[in-house]
Ligand binder design. Structure first.
Ligand code: EPZ
Length: 441
């Protein structure tokens, strides 16, 4: 069965204002956190993307009910009733679809003292290990065993506070530890904690539920454990998606703009904004908006991806594209994931000159990109390939766009509203190989 592709015409510009959706990498964990409170949680500003559908399915398999929409908002609100959760098992079929399902580990242990979660696999960008999750939870009193690809977690004596030091400020490990520590007896300190804005959003929701988390967003987070029964459902608004915003800002920087992203705090994007300015862009900011424009030529850049507040790895592909359009040599170093340069090979099909040496990408920029058939290797690379098509010569056809649908709500519609000549559909709608629904084949 043919899959949809995105076709985009080149030599175009992106100008205007785009509303940024809620952060995928926060909403997924907010949904998991709702497991800790019996009753009806309302989470607003949740993006309409397939990863959210998978996480909603995970909660339904556990016994919760998850509905999109309430009286005030039809699709960006999730109403989750966890009263009827009666299982702590998360099936392989869902975890293998989305490894972020591992975020239910902490809350399931918090609620039941047990969890049975399929081991998440790796993905295109790396092994995506969870050793730090496990070591940290063991410090809180959890015993693990792995059997037939499933991870069994058991806090036989209950959860107790601990002083945990993370080897690396892992986002997922920090989140799972937070969601277990909130109901551990005593105090937990997480040292070398991840500092991403999504961690702060999760801590805020946990505190709205009655937890006692302090200093989230710093490297040393302290949690005073409370009784599970004292946690109550809440209403929470998801923060804006800084990575979606950064993606559109690169689109404006590429084509000159002016392009404004709304509903996101510029405080989440200090490093990306600094790099846009370094590359010759003008960037103006307000409380919840950022405008990028460029008259001068794009300049080459040096980028090191690092945990927040360093340069976000999730904007690496987008800035590699920008560097490919900047006359001169740029160097991009990927320090977070071991295999996140596959995008370079796709961009090379469009004429970019990029040499990969270990975890450095040397980008010899300035050549006009040529439209070409390309494939998304992960959601950020996919989004960047579409942007590449907007500035390339001729048409670009992007395949495997289900990656993009995982993390970008209405990406085609938003780009079209900014002036892109872009469609999505079957690659050969009139071709005999295209199976039409309802016809005999
Ligand atoms: C989150 O992944 C995000 N995903 C990623 O976004 C993001 O790139 C990443 O954080 C870094 O910011 C979600 O929030 C759903 P990590 P996560 O634990 O939690 C290694 C996107 O495009 N590691 O900080 O998995 C790991 O292999 C996605 O939206 C261990 O070795 O990231 C990786 O190399 C892509 N052992 C590095 O640390 C562990 O126990 C960072 O991982 C945990 C992690």
């Amino acid at each position: 069965m043919a899959k949809e592709i995105i076709s985009v015409q080149g030599n175009n510009t992106l100008t205007g204002t785009v509303q940024i959706s809620g952060a995928k990498n926060s909403a997924l964990k907010l949904i998991a956190a709702s497991i800790l409170a019996q009753g009806r949680c309302v989470i607003r500003n949740v993006p309409c993307i397939s990863d959210i559908d998978v996480m909603s399915e995970v909660l339904e398999v556990l016994g919760a009910s998850v509905k999109r929409g309430d009286e005030s908002d039809d699709e960006h609100t999730l109403v989750i009733d966890t009263s009827s959760i009666d299982s702590y098992e998360t099936p392989y079929e869902l975890v293998s679809k989305m490894r972020a399902s591992i975020s239910v580990l902490g809350p399931l242990i918090g609620r039941f003292g047990r969890a049975l979660v399929a081991m998440p696999g790796g993905c295109q960008i790396g092994a995506r290990k969870i050793d730090m999750h496990l070591r940290g939870l063991e410090a809180l009193g959890v015993e693990f065993s792995i059997d037939h690809g499933y991870l069994t977690a058991d806090a036989k004596e209950g959860l107790h506070g601990a002083h945990v030091v993370l080897d690396f400020p892992s986002v997922g490990a920090t989140e799972n530890l937070l969601m277990a520590a909130v109901v551990a007896s005593g105090t937990t300190v997480i040292a070398n904690a991840a500092r991403e804005p999504e961690i702060v959003d999760l801590a805020n929701m946990l505190n709205e539920m009655g937890a006692k988390v302090s200093d989230a967003g710093s490297s040393i987070v302290t949690v005073e454990g409370v009784e599970l029964s004292s946690l109550h459902p809440c209403e929470h608004v998801t923060v804006g998606d800084r990575i979606e915003a950064g993606t559109f800002l690169v689109g404006g920087a590429l084509t000159g703009g002016p392009l404004t992203v709304m509903n996101v705090s510029p405080d989440y994007l200090h490093m990306a904004i600094a790099k846009l300015r370094e590359m010759g862009c003008m960037v103006r900011v307000g409380a919840d908006w950022i405008t990028v424009s460029r008259e001068a030529k794009l300049l080459p850049v040096e980028i090191q991806t690092l945990p927040h507040p360093g340069f976000p790895t999730d904007l690496q592909a987008q800035f590699m594209l920008l560097a490919a359009c900047a006359k001169g040599t740029s160097v991009i170093t990927e320090n977070v994931f071991e295999n996140r340069f596959m995008f370079a090979a796709e961009l090379a099909r469009m004429g970019a000159e990029i040499v990969i040496e270990d975890h450095h990408a040397i980008v010899r920029g300035g050549r006009k990109l040529q439209g070409a058939p390309v494939s998304s290797t992960d959601l950020r690379a996919g989004a960047a390939l579409v942007l590449a098509g907007i500035v390339a010569e001729g048409e670009t056809r992007v395949h495997k766009i289900d990656h993009i649908d995982r993390g970008y709500e209405n990406y085609v519609g938003k780009l079209r509203s900014l002036g892109a000549e872009i469609t999505r559909g079957l690659p050969y709608p009139n071709h005999r190989h295209t199976v039409r629904i309802g016809t005999d084949i």
